[in-house]
Design a protein around this ligand. Sequence first.
Ligand code: SAH
Length: 219
Amino acid sequence: MNSHSHSGIGMTSQRTRDRLAQRLQEKGIQDQVVLSVMRTIPRHLFVDEALSSRAYEDTALPIGHGQTISQPYVVASMTEALLAAGPCQKVLEIGTGCGYQTAVLACLVGEVYSIERVAPLLRQARVLLRKLNLYNLHLKVGDGIEGWKSSAPYDGILVAAAAEEIPEGLLMQLGEGGRMIIPVTTANGVQELIRVTRRGSEYHCETLGIVKFVPLVRD
Ligand code: SAH
């Protein structure tokens, strides 16, 4: 059995992906375009082969280097929250990891810029995203806390690691009407998912829920 084929059979098949999308919808994801994208992206290719049978469970999984691939529900709800106010042309992602969220975004927005601090993870992500014929993305190794100035402003910023506070540099790179989805660790150690929307010089914050991410590391 070739568990890494695209159409796949058994635990990595289209039917398994359809079931995952069904589960995400039951958990409250409403954006049908997000769900249909997650129905097409072969998440099992983003995890180690030994874990591919678990790739369509709604759970985070280890990807090496002490990092994880985010839980599908979290990827779906962050993407939904980002796109709720309308389509995005240019999106900055912090924390490429294995590139799964990057792939989801690339199917939904004009251009994705994504930064990862762990070079071997980015290298793997680059190879895989190319293999999936996704070309509207730009990847680099670096400290995402600084953002990616030369391509700013962005109409969306999605941070996939928990920050102690919202990085000033990222706020500066948000365009007019732009929004940022970011997990922020509060005083009592809980992580809240925050959506920041920029209106002129004002930044409007909403709390979307409680989440659990690996920490955003400052290099
Ligand atoms: N987006 C991934 C989730 C990756 S986990 C997915 O689709 O599953 C979060 C990632 O953020 C890790 O790979 C970690 O190395 C990276 N990270 C942490 N701090 C960072 C920083 N300051 N800049 C860039 N990447 C960072």
